[in-house]
Design a protein around this ligand. Structure first.
Ligand code: LMR
Length: 387
């Protein structure tokens, strides 16, 4: 049986992660995988998470199963974090944001087998990989303008204008991965209008809430879509904003339709795929969101992380301007979130890795949080050198 297995395509982000770990160079710089790092290059456990873990250890009396859709308190707390107080949504806890996406795709396939899923070009490579794996129909809409490093709003609206009724359009709710370019509030209005006009279903991938312009600001587009569209899916991750990557904590929310029926289907999909979702991370998140002191501490640390990344963006844009004597990379300061796509060729990216031990994804996506005050200048000099 096993002889029949074929080699599987590997995820380029994960290959890079391994290559970095295997690189013996002391001064190597990891700008690859989307994991937050502080100035010392560490990915710390957030203070509120540590405190919640201590409290949980003291208070937890059982590890028996939760519900199939996870703890309803977690789903509600996440719905309110994303959609605002009093939010009403069907929802299920999932193993990370990827689990939420996978369940969203399966729900779509189940409810509307003919629906096409539209993805921004470019998008997170795993969107395409999972849809392909599930044998689902997909299409691309224009998103990024390589020349300006900004949004291709004209192309985007033109392509979304061709979406058929009932098709699903995947949008990055904030902090677009991999480009870092995001619609402004007026552009989001236009996107919501065209989706409403086309009677499309939106699927929001919200993996970086709090990493762009702030917790509420980063949820504004999702809230707008929830207001304007009769049906909406939200796949949210707690990996980054709570820093609990390995705990696999995410949620799939669904708005519209018969809520009880949708809820029943979300629970059933969990049962079919892995039965009960993981609970540890979800419980920590719930404790933090429901306790005023923990929540304030979490938000303060998250703001510090966000401001740190913004400062690195400004510093990198400035250093690139100095080193290249041009405004070519001005977009780095305008981008938001963890990533920016620099617009280097694969060959230039490879030279950065081979000659300088600087790791970024082949499409020249870099993780801003992988930098610090010193390496910003190192990177800018090396980039100017390979141009
Ligand atoms: C990334 O894009 O680097 C992260 O979302 C990590 C991953 O799983 O790819």
């Amino acid at each position: 049986m096993f002889d029949a297995l074929k080699a599987q395509p590997q995820d380029k982000i994960l290959i890079l992660m391994q290559q970095f770990r295997d690189d013996p160079r002391k001064d190597k710089i990891d700008l690859g995988v989307g994991v937050y790092k502080d100035a010392q290059g560490l990915t710390p456990v957030m203070r509120a998470v540590k405190t919640a873990e201590q409290q949980l250890w003291q208070a937890e009396t059982t590890k028996t199963y939760t519900g199939l859709a996870g703890d309803p308190g977690f789903v509600q707390a996440m719905a309110e974090l994303i959609l605002g107080p009093g939010a009403q949504a069907a929802g299920a806890a999932t193993p990370g944001g990827t689990g939420a996406l996978r369940q969203a795709f399966e729900l779509i396939r189940h409810a509307a087998p003919g629906a096409k899923v539209w993805l921004p070009a470019p998008t997170w490579p795993n969107h395409t990989a999972i849809l392909r794996y599930l044998g689902m129909d997909m299409a691309e809409y224009r998103y990024f303008d390589e020349d300006s490093g900004g949004l291709d709003m004209g192309g985007l609206l033109e392509d979304l204008g061709r979406v058929a009724a009932g098709d699903v359009v995947l949008l990055h709710g904030c902090c677009h991965n991999p480009t870092g370019a995001n619609p402004n509030p007026v552009e989001w209005q236009a996107i919501a209008d065209v989706l409403a006009q086309r009677r499309a279903v939106a699927l929001v991938d919200l993996a970086y809430q709090g990493f762009g312009d702030g917790l509420a600001e980063d949820a504004a587009a999702t809230r707008l879509l929830a207001d304007k569209l009769p049906e909406l899916l939200i796949a949210a991750s707690c990996s980054k904003n709570f820093g609990i990557y390995r705990e696999r904590t995410g949620v799939l929310l669904a708005l519209g339709g018969d809520r009880a029926r949708v809820q029943e289907n979300l629970a059933w999909l969990n049962r079919m795929n892995y039965s009960f979702p993981p609970d540890h991370g979800a419980r920590l998140v719930t404790m933090i969101l429901k306790d005023a002191t923990l929540r304030a501490d979490w938000q303060a640390e998250l703001e510090q992380v966000r401001h740190g990344m913004l400062a690195l963006r400004q510093a990198l844009a400035q250093a690139l301007q100095t080193e290249t004597r041009s405004d070519r990379f001005g977009f780095v300061a305008a981008h938001r979130g963890m990533f920016s796509r620099l617009g280097l060729t694969p060959d230039q990216v490879e030279r950065l890795r081979k000659d300088h031990g600087i790791y970024m994804v082949g499409d020249s996506r870099l993780n801003i949080a992988g930098l610090n005050a010193q390496t910003v200048t190192v990177l800018a000099k090396v980039v100017a050198g390979v141009l």
